[in-house]
Each structure stands twice: as structure tokens, then as C-alpha cells.
Design a protein around this ligand. Structure first.
Ligand SMILES: [Cu+2]
Length: 358
């Protein structure tokens, strides 16, 4: 009897939890309400199956308890019952699958009249590219990636010159406008996910994946990488700001084109944002995967080798080019080497870190 009572409480509690739980969908801010409906249909169908099967088990426990001399009947075939169960199960499976397949069809059919944005993921930062005035993206090639040309754009491609580059992790989108994201990754698997938009897509190195949605509520939303991508995965965050059409246009006009970024001098703050250094090294003093940069220039640093060194230009530059040669005490040896940075760029980074100690 105790089994029946405890099981009944668990079943009733599980069902009730779905109604009182504080963990529900975040407020919807896109056209993908149908995805919520699909999840709810699955929840209701599996919920009904769960309750019915649990009730059947409890009924059997009560109705057929063990008694001396009782014997169970041997009944290997029961065509009528098998037919009934097959029909019910088939209807259940169809009801579970059909809404999902329909949603997937809508999801993978890209709208033609949409605004196009390219989303680029790398450990552990997001960046974006708009095709610019001509509406055509310039060609890219993985071999062209550098600390300056972080999108790997072909500098000789006329279509690429006006491409608008968003390097700081914050992208703006106009409200009530369909947006197609073309996603690519520079290193490992990532996943572009804004919970309020519901839409979600993997970024796969070496290929392009697509995602579309229509933002329907003004506001600021967090992009969270939803595919484990290394030590700094938790810090791979970005921001999507949904603007009015007018605000969006003003914002877009202020962003640099590819041609402009290729002509600009080395800017330390820009470089560390573009390379994603700030995912691990905070500028506000908080501790991260690596040491913070706030108020560290000129201080002493203990290394795992037992030595103590002064944080100066030399130490900073060596740490970037050859991080394994001097690991700070208390931190894991996980920093990638940035050996392709020019001396001008290294100096710019060091100068930037220096300004954080003044
Ligand atoms: Cu990631």
C-alpha cells in the first residue's frame, strides 16, 4: 500500500509541477510562437501517456496482489488488444512527430525578402557582417584570417569593400523585419541562441548554416553560445538589440566598412575585443579564466615556475606570443598563442592594458 501512495503522490506532484513551476518559457520576442506550441503538444501527449501508464500500474498493484494459490494466466496472443495498442501508439507517435516536422519545414525555408546578416563564431566571441550598400557579401577564405582581417575577407574583391563589420559582439536588428543569419565558425562548433527568439542553430567549421526569425519586441537580448566550445564557453556571450527601423539605420551607418577597418591603425582595445581576449581577461577587476587586466600593469606576478616577474610591456608581449612560457600562479595553461600579431599590434595591446592601471 505504501508503494501505491508514494507512487501516486509522485505522479500527481509531477503533473502539478508543470502548472506551478517558475521555470517556464522566457517571454516570446519573435515569430516562432509555433515552436512553443509544438513543445506544449509534446508535453501534453507525453503527460497523458505518463499518467495513464502510471495509473494502470497502480491499478494492477491494487487489483492483483499476491495471494497463496493465485496463478497468472498464460496468454501469448491477443490480436484484438494488440490491434488497439498499435492504433493508439501510432496516433500518439504521429501527433508527436507531425507538428515538429511542420515547424522544421517553416524553419529551414528561408524567406527571400529578409535582411541578411552573417554571424561568425570563434572561441569565445561573436561578430557580424552586413553585406553593405551593394547587398552582396565579399568573398572570404580561411587562409586570409589575421588579427586585422578577422573575417578573412578577400581584400581584392570589389563586393567586400563596403561590407559592414560588427566586431564588438553587439548587433542591432530592426523590429518586425525578417532576418536571415548566415552562420560560420572560425574554429570549433558553436551554437547561436537567443532564448526569447526561440530560434537556434549550430555553427559548423567549414560550412555555412542558416537561421531566420523576425524580432517582434523591442529590447536587448543576450546571445548565449549553446554548444560547449571549450574552457571559455560560459563567457561566449553577445547582445542583440532590437531597434526601430530608424534607430537601426542610424546605428548601421555608424559601423565601419571592411575598407575602413583595413586602413585604420592598430587600436589595442579593438584588437582585444576582436580576438576575444576579453572573454577570459576582464577589464573590471573580476577574476576569469585568466588574470584581470585592471590595475595590474607594473605589479608583481607570481608564476607557476616559482619566479616572480613584473607585469610590463615585455611580459605582456611574451604572454601573448608564447603564453606557455610564463603561466601565472593559480591559472590553468589554456591560453592559445597569438603568434601572428605584429609588433605594432602587440604594442597597441600593451598600451591599452597600461591605460587600465591609471
Ligand atoms: Cu561557442
Amino acid at each position: 500500500m505504501a508503494f501505491v501512495i508514494v507512487t501516486a503522490i509522485i505522479v500527481i506532484g509531477t503533473v502539478l509541477w508543470n502548472f506551478v513551476s517558475p521555470w517556464w518559457f522566457s517571454p516570446l520576442a519573435s515569430n516562432w510562437g509555433f515552436l512553443d506550441t509544438t513543445i506544449l503538444i509534446s508535453l501534453v501527449i507525453t503527460g497523458i501517456a505518463f499518467v495513464l501508464i502510471s495509473a494502470f500500474i497502480l491499478y494492477c498493484v491494487v487489483k492483483f496482489p499476491y495471494r497463496e494459490g493465485n496463478k497468472s494466466e498464460y496468454e501469448p496472443e491477443n490480436p484484438a488488444l494488440e490491434l488497439k495498442l498499435t492504433i493508439i501508439t501510432t496516433i500518439g507517435v504521429i501527433a508527436l512527430l507531425a507538428p515538429g516536422l511542420y515547424a522544421w519545414k517553416l524553419y529551414v525555408e528561408l524567406p527571400v525578402d529578409a535582411l541578411e546578416v552573417e554571424g561568425v563564431g570563434q572561441q569565445w566571441v561573436w561578430s557580424y557582417r552586413f553585406p553593405g550598400e551593394d547587398g552582396v557579401y565579399g568573398g572570404t577564405n580561411g587562409r586570409l584570417f589575421s588579427s586585422k582581417n578577422t573575417f578573412g575577407l578577400n581584400p581584392d574583391d570589389p563586393y567586400g569593400q563596403d561590407d559592414i563589420l560588427i566586431r564588438g559582439g553587439e548587433v542591432h536588428l530592426p523590429i518586425n523585419n525578417k532576418v536571415v543569419f548566415q552562420l560560420r565558425s572560425k574554429d570549433v562548433l558553436h551554437d547561436f541562441y537567443v532564448p526569447q527568439f526561440r530560434a537556434k542553430m549550430d555553427l559548423v567549421p567549414g560550412q555555412q548554416s542558416n537561421l531566420w526569425f523576425e524580432p517582434t519586441v523591442l529590447g536587448t537580448y543576450e546571445v548565449a553560445c549553446a554548444e560547449y566550445c571549450g574552457t571559455g564557453h560560459y563567457a561566449m556571450r553577445g547582445v542583440v538589440v532590437v531597434d526601430t527601423e530608424e534607430d537601426f539605420k542610424t546605428w548601421l551607418a555608424e559601423q565601419p566598412t571592411f575598407a575602413e577597418t583595413m586602413n585604420e591603425g592598430a587600436n589595442g582595445e579593438q584588437i582585444v575585443q576582436t580576438l576575444g581576449c576579453v572573454a577570459c581577461h576582464s577589464v573590471d577587476g573580476s577574476d576569469g579564466i585568466g588574470p584581470t587586466w585592471r590595475d595590474t600593469y607594473g605589479t608583481n606576478r607570481a608564476l607557476t615556475s616559482g619566479e616572480t616577474v613584473v607585469v610590463d610591456d615585455e611580459y605582456i608581449k611574451t604572454s601573448i606570443v608564447n603564453p606557455m612560457s610564463q603561466i601565472a600562479e593559480g591559472y590553468a595553461p589554456v591560453m592559445p598563442a597569438y603568434a601572428t600579431l605584429s609588433d605594432e599590434e602587440l604594442t597597441a595591446i600593451s598600451d591599452y592594458i597600461k591605460t587600465l592601471s591609471e
